[in-house]
Ligand binder design. Structure first.
Ligand SMILES: Cc1ncc(COP(=O)(O)O)c(C=O)c1O
Length: 402
C-alpha cells in the first residue's frame, strides 16, 4: 500500500479520534438542526448554546436575513470567480467602503474567509531578509500559517510569551528600527482576554514597528462594535485591522482594513485574494445589514458584555478558573484532556436541557491548559445565564472540578 493511504488508515484505526469514540468521549461534528440562537436543536433535543461565535445574535435577525435573500434575488447565489477577474460585484465595493469607514481606516479588502485574510496578508507582506515578525504565542493558526507561508527565515521570526510586554520589548530592542511587525489578536479566541494594545503601541512607536491586529473576536463587541483599536482609542496607531464575517457579522468572509497603499498591495500580490473566488453577494448583504444596525445601536454589544459579566461573576463565585476573560468568551480551565471531554459530555447530555460548549485541547491551547470554551450572545437573557451557571456548577461539583 502507498504511504499516503497507509498513514490515513493507521490514523483511522489508532488515532486519537478513534480512541475517543471508543470510550464515548468524541466531542466534535455535533449536528445542529436549527438557527444558531440561544437555544438550538441538537441530538433531537433542545440545548443551550454556549459554543457559538454569534456574539450579537445577528444570524437570526429578520432584517439581516431579508437583506441576504434580497441580495440573492438581485445578484444570484455565487460569484464564480476571483475579485481580480469576474468576482467583483457592486456590493463588494460598497462593503469595502462601508467597513473602512466604520473601522476608521482608508481602505479595506475583503477575503473569502478570515483564515485567508491572515494567510494571504502575512505571506505577501513579510519575508524580506531585513524584516522581522514578532507574534504572540497564543495567536490563531491562520497567523502562524501566514508567517510560515511567507518563507521568513527562522532568525527573522520570534514568538513572545502571551501578552508578555517585557519579552516583546527585549526582542524588539535587538532589531533595527522600522523593520519589525508585531502581530497580536485583539481579543484572544480561546480565553477571551484582551491584548495590552496601549503598551504594544508604545513599544511600536519606540521602534517604528508595524502593528497587525487580528480583531476577529472583538469587532462587534468592544469599542462600540468597532473593535480593540477603538476600545483603546488607538485606531490610527494600528497599521492593519484584520477581521472576519464569521462571528459578530453573522456570515462568512474576512477583511483587512488599512491604508490605501497596503490594500492596493494586497489586491495585486496576495495569492489567497487573487486565486480564490470572492464571497457570495448574500454574505456582503448580511454584513452590510449588521453594519446598519451597529452604526446606530450599541445596545447589542453592551448587552453581550453585561451577560458575560454576569456569567463571569457566577463562575468565579463557584470557584471555577476562568483565566483573564473580559469579553463574551469565557474559558473554564480544566487542565486535563479527558476530564475536559467528560465535562463536555455531562453538560451536553444534562437533562432536561443540556449545554453545548467547545472542548479545547492542544494545539489550540497549551498542554495542561485544556478548557471548555464558553461564549455568549446578545440575544440571551438573564434566565438562560443563571440556568447555565446552575447546570455547570452542579456538573463541575460532581466531577470535582470545583
Ligand atoms: C483569531 C482568529 N483569527 C482568524 C480566524 C479565521 O476566521 P474565519 O472563520 O473567517 O476563517 C479565527 C476563526 O476562528 C480566529 O479565531
Amino acid at each position: 500500500m502507498d504511504s499516503f493511504n497507509k498513514k490515513c488508515r493507521k490514523y483511522q484505526r489508532f488515532g486519537l479520534p478513534t480512541i475517543a469514540k471508543t470510550f464515548g468521549f468524541y466531542p466534535y461534528f455535533n449536528v445542529i438542526n436549527s438557527e444558531q440562537e440561544p437555544i438550538v436543536r441538537m441530538d433531537d433535543k433542545e440545548i443551550i448554546m454556549l459554543g457559538s461565535n454569534n456574539y450579537l445574535g445577528m444570524t437570526a435577525n429578520s432584517i439581516v436575513k431579508k437583506s441576504a435573500i434580497d441580495a440573492i434575488e438581485k445578484y444570484g447565489s455565487g460569484t464564480t470567480g476571483s475579485r481580480l477577474l469576474n468576482g467583483t460585484f457592486q456590493i463588494h465595493k460598497e462593503l469595502e467602503i462601508r467597513l473602512a469607514k466604520f473601522l476608521g481606516k482608508e481602505d479595506c479588502v475583503i477575503f473569502s474567509t478570515g483564515m485567508q485574510a491572515n494567510i494571504g496578508t502575512l505571506s505577501s507582506l513579510i519575508g524580506e531578509k531585513d524584516q522581522w515578525v514578532l507574534s504572540d504565542e497564543l495567536n490563531h493558526a491562520s497567523i502562524i500559517d501566514g508567517i510560515v507561508l511567507s518563507r521568513m527565515t527562522k532568525g527573522n521570526k520570534a514568538i513572545y510569551g502571551h501578552n508578555n510586554m517585557d519579552e516583546l520589548r527585549g526582542i524588539i530592542k535587538k532589531i533595527p528600527k522600522g523593520k519589525a511587525m508585531i502581530v497580536t489578536e485583539g481579543v484572544f479566541s480561546m480565553e477571551g482576554d484582551i491584548c495590552p494594545l496601549d503598551e504594544i503601541v508604545e513599544i511600536a512607536d519606540e521602534n517604528d514597528a508595524f502593528i497587525f491586529l487580528d480583531d476577529a473576536h472583538s469587532v462587534g463587541v468592544l469599542g462600540n462594535g468597532r473593535g480593540t483599536a477603538s476600545h483603546f482609542n488607538l485606531t490610527e496607531k494600528v497599521d492593519i485591522i484584520m477581521g472576519t464575517f464569521s462571528k459578530s457579522f453573522a456570515s462568512c468572509g474576512g477583511y483587512i482594513a488599512s491604508s490605501k497603499a497596503i490594500c492596493n498591495w494586497l489586491r495585486h500580490n496576495s495569492r489567497a485574494f487573487i486565486f480564490s473566488a470572492s464571497i457570495p453577494p448574500a454574505n456582503c448583504a448580511t454584513v452590510l445589514a449588521v453594519l446598519d444596525i451597529l452604526e446606530n445601536d450599541d445596545s447589542y454589544s453592551k448587552r453581550v458584555l453585561d451577560l458575560a459579566e454576569r456569567m463571569r461573576k457566577g463562575l468565579k463565585d463557584a470557584n471555577f478558573d476562568i483565566g483573564n476573560s473580559l469579553t463574551p468568551i469565557i474559558p473554564i480551565v480544566i487542565g486535563k484532556e479527558m476530564l475536559t471531554y467528560k465535562f463536555f459530555k455531562k453538560l451536553f447530555y444534562y437533562k432536561p436541557k443540556g449545554i453545548f460548549t467547545n472542548p479545547i485541547r492542544s494545539p489550540a491551547v497549551s498542554k495542561g491548559r485544556e478548557l471548555l470554551r464558553t461564549s455568549y450572545m446578545a440575544t440571551m437573557n438573564n434566565d438562560i445565564i443563571d440556568e447555565s451557571l446552575d447546570i455547570i456548577t452542579q456538573v463541575g461539583k460532581k466531577l470535582k472540578i470545583v
